[in-house]
Design a protein around this ligand. Structure first.
Ligand SMILES: Cc1cc2nc3c(=O)[nH]c(=O)nc-3n(C[C@H](O)[C@H](O)[C@H](O)COP(=O)(O)OP(=O)(O)OC[C@H]3O[C@@H](n4cnc5c(N)ncnc54)[C@H](O)[C@@H]3O)c2cc1C
Length: 415
């Protein structure tokens, strides 16, 4: 067993991990290892064969594979060591981990670690949908893998469950594969594609106006023994059940951070985001361990994950130069209809550069509410919203963290 020593170990070579590594090299930290369990680096964009990547970080609009490639090119021309087909399986010590790859089992001993392991869509089994387990059930990620990665055929007639941004990638992939989309179904009373993405998704799929959208609908059964033959959709409001014949079902959205490594490392997990608890410097509950990208709370656009990676790099550089960790971390508590906030804790008397924004999501369509951040009786921040919809993150300014002067809990509500 070989031991690699490095300044920074990055787990995950998606946009967050790659952007963090490149930012670190620009700040003079050259001794970096990135590991990824996949055969190729690049993360999810590698298989997203459509336009829509890179606006905020590289200021160009590229397809997923070109976007991943633009980062990989820079990594190949740098001092960064990239190990693919390499899975982190175990923590040996606080900043020492075990990796396994076709080259064997080795150890990496780092001064700082960035977790950038991304997220996945909750599969059918985790959504507790009854019925058989025939072929023809996907989520958007596995569908893309099948069609663009393995060049496999999917079915002839599909139903897409979900009507959020990623669901439109499923439209795109199914139509490329020559599969007819019978309908989309959402549990909400409208789709969840908001500006500025709506016209772009119409244009890129060219199909949206022709695909019927079943609202307030949930899947209650899947039929077919070898191959899917149909599903039952029930309208949550009327209770009416409709059988839809199809041979393919794609479950989209409903993200869960890939937090297994974080959990194995006994890093504190937030019960709302299901990702590690982090402060505005993206520091986890363990000294020297940082987290960025979709691991934090589920899927955001790739460029958002990349910018978080860059921010984590700044915090890592500060840590490597100055040491220390937070002293008084205050957890942020959100109440329904808020789904989560990210980052989800604040460091009193923050050292290092905090991120200048928080993201939050809600559980349902909300009208005319005020977002209020309180510490005890003190209101730290408030903002009125005329509408907020689910499955899309809203951004709030982070200036209010400068007004925190006690360790009292911070709570956020929509009133
Ligand atoms: C279907 C789909 C369509 C999308 N369309 C768009 C779009 O049009 N525009 C846009 O901007 N964004 C889009 N996105 C979102 C974008 O792809 C993600 O935001 C981005 O990939 C997140 O980057 P990340 O680095 O956080 O995670 P990921 O890209 O998921 O990368 C995480 C990496 O970590 C690796 N990993 C995980 N665990 C381990 C381990 N234990 N050991 C080693 N490696 C590990 C994985 O192999 C993976 O490569 C889409 C996402 C999906 C699923």
């Amino acid at each position: 067993m070989k031991v690699f020593n490095t300044d920074v170990l990055i787990i995950g070579a998606g946009p967050a991990g790659m952007a963090a590594a490149l930012q670190l090299t620009q700040m003079g930290i050259q001794d970096i290892i990135i590991v990824d369990r996949d055969t190729q680096a690049g993360g999810v964009p590698r298989l997203c064969n459509h336009l829509g990547f890179g606006m905020r970080d590289i200021h160009r609009v590229l397809s997923g594979p070109s976007y991943a490639e633009s980062y990989l090119k820079k990594i190949k021309n740098s001092s960064i060591q990239l190990l693919t087909e390499t899975t982190v399986t175990e923590w040996i010590d606080e900043k020492k981990i075990k990796i396994t790859s076709p080259k064997g089992i080795h150890t990496i001993d780092a001064k700082a670690i960035l977790l950038a392991t991304g997220c996945r869509e909750r599969p059918r089994s985790a959504r507790l949908i009854p019925g058989y387990r025939p072929q023809g059930i996907y989520n958007t990620g596995s569908l893309q893998d099948y069609v663009h990665g393995y060049k496999e055929e999917v079915g002839k007639s599909a139903v897409i469950i979900g009507a959020e941004l990623v669901s439109y990638s499923a439209i795109h992939t199914l139509s490329k594969a020559g599969c007819k989309i019978k309908l989309m179904a959402t549990e909400f009373d409208k789709h969840q594609i908001y500006m500025p993405y709506l016209p772009f998704k119409w244009w890129s799929s060219g199909l949206l106006p022709k695909i019927p959208l079943k609202k307030n609908s949930i899947v209650t059964n899947i039929y077919g023994k070898q191959r899917v033959t149909g599903i039952d959709l029930v309208n949550k409001k009327t209770g009416k059940k409709k059988h839809i014949a199809c041979d393919t079902v794609v479950f989209t959205g409903d993200w869960i951070p890939d937090h297994e490594m974080a959990r194995l490392g006994t890093i504190e997990i937030d019960d709302k985001t299901k990702g590690p608890v982090v402060d505005a410097q993206l520091r986890t509950s363990k000294e020297g361990i940082f987290a960025a990208g979709n691991l934090l709370r589920g899927s955001e656009p790739g460029d958002v994950a990349a910018l978080e990676g860059r921010h984590a790099a700044q915090s890592i550089e500060y840590y490597l130069k100055n040491g220390g960790w937070y002293k008084d971390r205050i957890k942020i508590i959100v109440t329904e209809p808020l789904k989560w906030i990210s980052p989800n804790s604040v460091d009193l008397g923050s050292s290092g550069l905090p991120m200048n924004r928080f993201l939050f999501r809600v559980n349902d369509f909300i009208k005319n509410k005020t977002f209020i951040v309180r510490q005890g009786e003190t209101v730290l921040y408030r903002k009125k919203y005329s509408t907020i919809g689910p499955n899309y993150s809203r951004k709030i300014d982070a200036q209010w963290i400068n007004n925190i002067n006690s360790t009292e809990p911070i709570s956020i509500s929509l009133e």
